[in-house]
Design a protein around this ligand. Structure first.
Ligand SMILES: Cc1cc2nc3c(=O)[nH]c(=O)nc-3n(C[C@H](O)[C@H](O)[C@H](O)COP(=O)(O)O)c2cc1C
Length: 161
């Protein structure tokens, strides 16, 4: 029994996730996109992974610069998530944002719940995506609650009664 793209998307939409903006830098060029395919991989050394579509600009910039930051979005940052996912004005996504940097130079999104600044240690080919494994060089912690994504919509965290 084969699974087509629509079935697969519908299945994966039931996997509730947080939302990150993965930013990258290659020389003077910065770029970033909204990413939910982010996870922790190893404690020692501290490694995380992000999956980037091979057709994305962000993939190209990570490939060139070998660094990225995974900025975990906070509740209330839905508009920022949509901005970094939209192809409209895709090269003006950082306009009006006062981004800092930590160790690698990848932009840190203001107001994020936290930012993990990473250097790429491995890149695995995976179908139409590349899995980038990054060693975490710095963690910058913010404040607030997480932004969640489930079944094609944003949600807020609620405790189980
Ligand atoms: C909630 C959400 C999660 C997403 N997760 C991913 C992801 O994990 N990997 C990916 O490559 N694209 C993901 N996307 C799509 C990209 O954000 C989108 O294609 C973006 O326009 C790519 O930008 P770029 O080509 O300028 O890098 C996601 C979009 C949304 C709204």
């Amino acid at each position: 029994m084969s699974v087509d793209a629509e079935q697969f998307k519908a299945a994966m939409s039931r996997w509730a996730t947080g939302v990150t903006i993965v930013t990258a830098r290659a020389g003077d060029e910065i770029h970033g996109m909204t990413v939910s395919d982010f996870c922790g991989v190893s404690l020692e050394p501290p490694l995380v992974a992000v999956c980037a579509d091979k057709s994305s600009n962000t993939h190209r910039v990570i490939q060139e610069g070998r660094v990225f930051a995974a900025n975990v979005l906070a509740a209330g940052q839905e508009a920022l998530s949509n901005r970094f996912a939209s192809k409209k004005d895709e090269f003006r996504r950082f306009e009006g944002l006062r981004c800092g940097t930590a160790v690698t130079g990848a932009p840190l999104i203001p107001g994020a719940l936290e930012s993990l600044d990473c250097r790429v240690v491995a890149a695995h080919d995976a179908g139409d995506h590349v899995i980038y494994v990054g060693r975490v060089e710095a963690v910058v912690r913010g404040e607030g609650a997480p932004l969640l994504h489930y079944s094609g919509a944003y949600h807020a965290l609620a405790p189980v009664e």
